[in-house]
Design a protein around this ligand. Structure first.
Ligand code: GLN
Length: 503
């Protein structure tokens, strides 16, 4: 398979050579896959430890720890907008990724030095670092493809599998180290692994040739003094934000006002930026925005995994007997999704490759994602029907529902990344990826609100009544997913027209 493309004619020949790759995947994808895999190891290693650490080491009550965890998640994904913005305007992808990775490692080592004393400052540094790393590594993947190359979705699906290998191993190893050998080992390991990820990225960067440099610096030229000042200002500015982020994550009462002001402001900024673009670009960006808004609904429902589904697993499900070992239900809740993604995301990607031009449009893939999400939540609702009088239900049903959720995720999440790079002009890849992940921040936020609204208020409720409260809620979420799926199918022709092609 090869993609000789007419666009190659006016391209830098090195870039044309990258995009004219033969076979299924561009060679550079593997390096990016590995760099992102180690970054996610660090991210999910830290994330997995957060709540347990706050409760057992900082003496926090469960409710408070959950609120702070939600705030940290929200701020991480909000910072991706900032990281994407500065990559497009000043740093370029390479410098942004290197800077983000260094900050993430620094955040980990800061906590490792004295976990109880430096937890908040280290977490704040890591939040900013993730903002610079995460959107921009995904943006670079988009640059490996010509416009219209039908292999792009499959590339992102493979990349997504790498994300989940890192997530799975990080969550397992780093939390295990912390619980068994002392928490500083969690943060030493995430820091070391992040440095290794950066090393891999350094090796990969050579093969990226003209890609990812600062838009302000001509290749092979030294930056002008004005550019140097801009670069340094971004580095210093991001360091100066540490105390602010620290204040925001330490006080969970700031989360609501923050979310209610930042989202609308960013949206207004993005719309103004869109309106300044030529008409053709504007139409595609409107299509991107529609997909981004739907993704908030998807993550809001999907992210019950970190909240209410974890509670259901902990309180209402027996361990799973996997012949070789018994795995507790919380373990299934925390790790089955990543395992399913690792195996099935490349497989689904191969289906897209095999279908070539006949594959469904991205909007239809989003709709399919919502239909799987709906099916999964109807299955989660079924946990109510399958429960005994003590409110204990079926772990097999729960695990199968996770499988179904994951297929939905695979149809939406990597495809969303891919679609962003089809719909935005290349000079805006950073900001559009930032917007895509910002939607996740809001998804997390919505997920927390939905989860809280499902929890039974009555203190004297029996376990059975509590489970029923969640089961009813899951039925409603399934219905909302169904509506979103149908709405997307109806919107598909409109979006195709906006994007002047199948999207
Ligand atoms: N699990 C994926 C990742 O870590 C998706 C995250 C998201 O978009 N919310 O990249």
């Amino acid at each position: 398979m090869t993609s000789e493309n007419p666009q190659a004619a006016d391209l830098d020949p090195r870039l044309a050579a990258i995009r004219n790759f033969e076979g299924k995947y561009p060679r550079q994808l593997w390096g990016l896959f590995l760099s992102e895999m180690w970054e996610r190891f660090c991210f999910y290693g830290m994330r997995g430890a957060l709540t347990v650490f706050m409760i057992s080491q900082l003496g926090m009550l469960e409710k408070e720890a959950n609120l702070r965890y939600g705030a940290i998640q929200a701020f991480v994904y909000t910072m991706t907008f900032v990281g994407g913005f500065f990559a497009d305007q000043i740093l370029g992808f390479r410098r942004s990724i290197a800077w983000g990775g260094l900050l993430m490692a620094a955040g980990s080592f800061t906590i490792a030095a004295s976990p109880q004393d430096y937890f908040w400052i280290g977490t704040s540094i890591s939040i900013i670092g993730t903002g610079f790393f995460k959107p921009n590594i995904s943006g670079i993947v988009g640059h490996l493809y010509h416009d219209g190359d039908t292999r792009r979705d499959a590339g992102f699906s493979l990349f997504y599998s790498g994300i989940n290998i890192g997530a799975f191993l990080g969550g397992l190893i780093c939390v295990g180290l912390g619980k068994n050998y002392g928490w500083h080992w969690t943060f030493v390991s995430t820091g070391v692994v992040m440095l290794f990820g950066l090393f891999v990225f350094g090796l990969t960067a050579r093969g990226l040739e003209p890609l990812g440099h600062s838009p302000l610096i001509q290749e092979g030229q030294r930056p002008s003094t004005a550019t140097r000042i801009k670069l340094i200002s971004v580095y210093v500015g991001s360091l100066a934000m540490i105390p602010l982020i620290r204040l925001l994550v330490e006080k969970s009462e700031y989360t609501d006002p923050f979310m209610w002001t930042v989202g609308p402001l960013v949206l207004v900024y993005f719309i103004i930026t869109m309106l300044r673009c030529p008409r053709e670009e504007l139409r595609k960006l409107v299509a991107a925005l529609v997909l981004i808004l739907f993704s908030i609904a998807f993550w809001g429902i999907y992210e019950q995994s970190g909240g209410s589904l974890a509670i259901v697993a902990e309180n209402h499900l027996p361990p799973a007997d996997l012949i070789v070992a018994e795995v507790d239900a919380l373990g299934i809740n925390n790790s089955s999704n990543a395992l399913f993604v690792i195996v099935f995301s490349p497989l689904v990607g191969l289906i897209w490759l095999f279908m070539g031009k006949r594959q469904p449009s991205d909007t239809s893939k989003f709709a399919i994602g919502f239909f799987f999400l709906a099916a999964a939540y109807y299955l989660f609702q079924g946990l109510g029907g399958a429960a005994d009088a003590n409110g204990m239900s079926s772990i097999a049903l729960f695990t199968f529902a996770y499988f179904v959720v994951t297929i939905g995720e695979i149809c939406l999440s990597p495809i969303g990344l891919s679609a962003m790079t089809k719909l935005a002009p290349r000079r805006m890849y950073g900001i559009i990826m930032g917007m895509w992940f910002l939607a996740s921040a809001y998804g997390q936020y919505v997920a927390g609100l939905l989860g809280a609204s499902m929890a039974t208020e009555k203190a004297e409720a029996t376990p059975y009544e509590k489970l029923m409260g969640y089961a009813d809620g899951y039925g409603q979420l399934a219905f909302y997913s169904l509506i979103c799926g149908v709405a997307l199918l109806l919107l598909a022709p409109v979006l195709n027209r906006l994007a002047h092609g199948k999207i």
